[in-house]
Design a protein around this ligand. Structure first.
Ligand SMILES: Nc1ncnc2c1ncn2[C@@H]1O[C@H](COP(=O)(O)OP(=O)(O)OP(=O)(O)O)[C@@H](O)[C@H]1O
Ligand SMILES: [Mg+2]
Length: 259
């Protein structure tokens, strides 16, 4: 049987009377590309926020590699191996593409503050290693030519790719991507699809993706889970989800015929 990397057990996230996520259970297998789809306000980003420790769930448990995450702080969860991108891009706009990645490597760096102040040999060696690693990631994302550009000056599609590179810089095993294709043109979306497939294949990452672009979702997902009004209404392969009458009614409508 496939190995569970992440498990949500009866998760609810309530904001006052609003049940943003309502008694949801599902799991992600190691090495899988799983997509989470559903209408606006269905609770998708809230689920990411629960997994990454931004919110403590009202009810239920989240397990990552068998370890319960409920009371663990977001930075610790990153250290444990979960990284994410945001629906609204959150790069350091005035820093270069390279520096945005190097900052994300912080959780993996060993030198302490005193060493960095005096720029010891160990610190310098580590700095060199980080720059090399960051350049590798930029190259992987086809962003090496933009390494010294301020993030805010990059076109939108490149900013989205830089956010993914930054998430990868934490060396996480599980990447959560919140609408990575939002604002991309069809050609950029096509490229992104290839990149995501390669990240899984070459780097053995597990990918959990929220997306409204059905061509992308149907083209790359092993499985899909569907939320509507905070509830999980369907789970299955792209073929199963495309045909599911409840999903068609709640979300896909006629769009699916184009996917
Ligand atoms: N911190 C919060 N406080 C109060 N309500 C919230 C909070 N975060 C999310 N919500 C509400 O929870 C519901 C789910 O929001 P969420 O952002 O998870 O939806 P989504 O599925 O990601 O939608 P979209 O596709 O538009 O991004 C919405 O009604 C939203 O207004
Ligand atoms: Mg969202």
């Amino acid at each position: 049987m496939a190995n569970n990397i992440l498990e949500l057990k009866n998760i609810s996230m309530h904001f006052g009377g609003l049940k943003a996520v309502d008694n949801v259970s599902f799991n992600i297998n190691e090495g899988e590309i799983l997509s989470l789809i559903g209408p606006n306000g269905a609770g998708k980003t809230t689920a990411f926020n629960v997994i990454t420790g931004v919110y403590i769930p009202t009810l239920g448990e989240v397990y990552f590699k068998g370890q319960k995450l409920n009371d663990i702080k977001p930075y610790k969860i990153t250290e444990m191996g979960i990284a994410r991108t945001f629906q609204n891009i959150r790069l350091f706009g005035q820093l270069s593409a390279l520096d945005n990645i190097i900052i994300a490597m912080h959780s993996r760096r060993k030198s302490n503050m005193i060493q960095s102040i005096f720029r010891t040999i160990k610190y310098k060696a580590e700095e060199k290693y980080c720059i090399e690693k960051a350049d590798e990631l930029l190259n992987y994302m086809d962003l090496l030519g933009d390494r010294n550009e301020q993030a805010q000056n990059l076109p939108y599609g490149k900013q989205r790719k830089l956010e993914i590179a930054r998430a990868m810089a934490t060396e996480a095993d599980l990447l959560l991507l919140d609408e990575p294709a939002a604002g991309m043109n069809p050609q950029e979306t096509e490229e992104l699809m290839e990149i995501i497939k390669n990240i899984r294949k070459d780097l053995k990452k597990t990918i959990f993706l929220i997306e409204h672009d059905m061509k992308l979702v149907m083209g790359i997902s092993d499985r899909i889970v569907v939320f509507d009004y905070g509830q999980l209404i369907a789970e299955g392969t792209p073929e199963e989800i495309k045909k599911n009458p409840r999903v068609i009614e709640a979300y896909l409508g006629k769009e699916v015929t184009n996917a």
